[in-house]
Ligand binder design. Sequence first.
Ligand code: TRP
Length: 455
Amino acid sequence: MTNNVKSERDSFSNRFAVVAAVAGSAIGLGNIWRFPYLAGENGGGAFLLVYLFCVVVIGIPVMTSEFIIGRSAQLNPYGAFKKLAPRKPWYLIGIMGVAAAFMILAFYTTVAGWTLEYFYQSLTGNLLGRTDIELTNMFDSFLKSSFRPILWFIVFMGLTAFIIISGVKEGIEKYTKIMMPFLFLILILMCIRSLTLPGGKAGLQFLFHPDMNKITPKVILEALGQSFFSLSIGMGTLITYGSYIRKNENLVLSAGLVSLADTSVAVLAGIAIFPAVFALGGSPASGTGLTFIVLPGIFDKMPLGSVFAFMFFLLLSIAALTSTISVLEVIVAYLVEELKMSRKKATIAASLSVSILGLLTVLSYGALSNLQVGGRNIFGILEFLTSNIMLPIGGLFIVIFIGWFYSKDLTKREFTNEGSLKGTLLPTYIFIVKFVAPVAIAIVFLYSLGIFKLS
Ligand code: TRP
């Protein structure tokens, strides 16, 4: 069977497109939903401090390593490791990545569905003019209702599959380039409103004044996991995207810019949410619902609030969509390149199977809420296993691969674009992937398992 369109690998057309697409993957619910709720549960400033450390010392080097692997192999994560390390078990990282992609999509699309519900509610004018208690009840009863969350899940999964079927340039690039700057702008306006609410200052104190006593093994593990989740690293998403990056793009610079953009959005989300939490009398540790309960309260107090609410939830849905496509792309690239399925068949097969797991995830707030392990429902289990365990393990092996296994010469060639860049940061990068990042990830694991006690 000949397929001319696919005989040449798709690629992103320029620097802006690369950064936009990778930032599109990175920026999403992880920043606006997950970061604030985890920071709220894990001591605010203490969490932010550990988080920033993880992004700089571990995240950026792991991201650069994924780009190097993807661009030099020109394949999906599984195929990439098979090609770069033939007859060695490194391809297992690729398999774990595909498994993680299924699990992440199941719970991520669930939350994306919540976003669609809130978009719909803001459209019909149901969101504003409610008290804090009413907003909490509204969120809870929506989650328990099952039917609507399932409906929105299916709608969102369908949108993701639709974009994936249309391919990299036509699909991913087109949708990511335009919308992100708007989201940024609205977020800034929300920060201003939140900060000027009476009593809002306490929220800034909470987010930016780390209480060192609050840095516990749990906080460190959650911050590490969140840095991986938010940067989309550790499961091969960025190996796949790396394979679409042209040979003349500067990989470290792209990784640095994306991480900066991603972290800024998370911090902005924090600045929008925590002052409002304190001003409106909520608790920062309200769990997964925090964002959905607090934000309508902010819009309620903004001029043109209903318009902003509507635009915000629309843009957040789009930000989530540019993230889900990057996760689904990992599964699809694997099925297409390794199992020789057509892109369309692969997408349909993948999204149908994710939807089965997704239904269980949605129902874990309703009919299946009693199905728990260690106090976590199905949603919580998937979230914990992927972010805090699978992604960091993936990242650990990715840096070990580059630091200890892959040819130094080939790494250098990718890092410096065949010698056309100076590569000033190369020695630092090598030192980090060889020693600092693996040791840091390993310590977090051992520490959080309680084997290794620092005190
Ligand atoms: N980073 C995205 C977010 O913050 C989610 C995401 C997209 C992701 N691709 C990923 C997470 C790959 C882990 C791995 O919303």
